[in-house]
Design a protein around this ligand. Structure first.
Ligand code: EPZ
Length: 417
């Protein structure tokens, strides 16, 4: 089991290009199943969740070739409509393949996606929406069997919660369904907009992506296209946390300012100075950091739950109290115990975490327990005094491309052993 060794308290400097978005690449890879010919995707991150999706596409009979950060996908020869348990359990968000497989094959079979480190990951919103579109779904022995003999029909779907995955599954089922599908209370994340942009470039008729109501007029079929994946706003925010805790000035390239509207104020409240110029962000961090008082995670454009853990490491070494309220997942504080081993002062009560900033963290051996918790431990280790060992870094590699290489180029002393 590999681990990261970090010698902390070193200042960072230099510039880094932010990787492509994991949470945009995954639904777009699924969407290629609807395309009658080749798709070329640029700026795809080299991370294990993307590799897991590629394994699923290949299992289904599609071809996928990687050249650096470019993926060339052709789903013309797709020959299966089932995803076996081992592939489903490698990545919880494989459920995103459900809508597209049914849209193309009129049937789909996959095991219920397991829960994950964030707690049970229900898919009731996905299933109730897909049933409204004429799909007969049985759930037995942990398997989902889906059939839509007469193809999919458009529906008016009101989501009780703006679920990202459910919004994406409905979009993917609706783009070639007969009629006009309307999704209200849809998720507004930038990754939803990127998926819509990809589908529109393939010939889909979609309006309203990024707003609360998305309207999709079904078309006969989609052609292939080329598409460049948007930058990963969560990785950008994580790198901002790395700069802040090490009192560094760094430059992030390929960042979209409007994707960070609820993130930037948190760093400015902490005392950081952030300047943007044509997709380039310069962040300079003060010697003394101030706690941001209150951070509530909310659906986009609210503060993103995926940034809660890395920013908690920043709060841990900022003056004053920062209160976190985690509204999106029921167990997304697994990193707290590990941060406390590094000397942080954090108390958790249900969905509230109270962080009382300390002067400095001290090195320790810690273990990552989920993807963004792993990132939080790297941020904390960068400013901890001494040599910190972080195990469980497979979690980190699910979403961060060569994170140790990126940080080494910025001057950090970090090695994978
Ligand atoms: C997406 O997960 C992201 N993953 C998550 O990022 C992100 O944290 C999440 O959206 C929220 O923004 C990908 O895009 C691959 P949801 P998703 O459906 O779609 C409940 C990361 O770190 N819910 O918006 O699974 C659910 O339990 C990952 O990159 C239902 O109750 O999130 C959760 O509490 C982690 N029933 C809340 O909604 C459903 O049918 C948000 O879930 C679906 C969801």
């Amino acid at each position: 089991m590999s681990k990261l060794v970090v010698n902390g308290s070193r200042r960072l400097s230099g510039e880094v290009k932010v990787q492509g978005s994991k949470n945009s690449t995954l639904p777009i890879l699924a969407a290629t199943i609807l395309c009658s010919d080749e798709c070329v995707l640029y700026n795809c991150p080299r991370i294990s969740d993307v590799e897991a999706s590629i394994r699923i596409l290949r299992y289904l009979g599609c071809t996928a070739h990687r050249y650096e950060n470019t993926l060339v996908i052709n789903t013309r020869d797709m020959s299966r409509y089932d995803i076996p348990q081992d592939l489903m359990h490698q990545m919880r968000s494989s459920i995103i393949f459900l809508g597209v497989i049914i849209a193309r094959c009129k049937r789909a079979k996959m095991s219920f996606p397991g829960g994950c480190e964030l707690g049970p990951r229900p898919i009731d919103l996905h299933l109730s929406a897909l049933r409204q579109m004429g799909i007969d779904i049985t759930e037995e022995h942990g398997e989902l069997e889906c059939v839509a003999e007469n193809g999919l029909k458009a529906a008016k779907i009101a989501l009780s919660f703006p679920s990202v995955g459910a919004t994406e599954n409905i979009m993917l089922a609706a783009v070639t369904a007969k009629g006009t599908t309307i999704i209200t209370n849809a998720a507004r994340e930038p990754e939803i907009v990127d998926l819509a942009d990809f589908l529109i470039s393939c010939g889909a008729h979609i309006s309203g992506a990024g707003e609360g109501t998305i309207i999709i007029d079904g078309v006969e079929k989609l052609k292939g296209t080329t598409h460049s994946i948007i930058p990963d706003r969560i990785v950008a925010s994580t790198l901002m946390s790395c700069a802040a805790v090490t009192h560094s000035d760094i430059t992030l390239k390929g960042v979209i300012q409007s994707h960070l509207t609820s993130t930037i104020p948190i760093f400015e409240q902490s005392g950081c100075e952030i300047n943007f110029d044509k997709g380039v962000m310069k962040i300079s961090s003060p010697y003394k950091l101030r706690g941001a008082k209150l951070i509530r995670t909310m659906p986009y454009p609210g503060f993103p739950t995926d940034e809660q853990a890395p920013i908690m490491s920043l709060a841990a070494v900022s003056d004053g109290i920062t209160v976190f309220v985690e509204n999106m997942f029921e167990s997304r504080y697994k990193h707290v115990s590990e941060l406390c081993r590094l000397g942080a002062n954090i108390k958790v009560e249900g969905k509230v975490a109270v962080v009382d900033g300390v002067k400095r963290l001290l090195s320790a051996n810690v273990t990552a327990l989920d993807l963004r918790g792993a990132a939080a431990l790297v941020v904390a280790a960068l400013c901890a005094q001494g040599r910190t060992e972080i195990s469980g870094i497979d979690f980190l590699e699910r979403g961060y491309e060569d994170f140790e290489g990126v940080l080494t180029n910025l001057g950090a002393d970090i090695k994978k052993v």
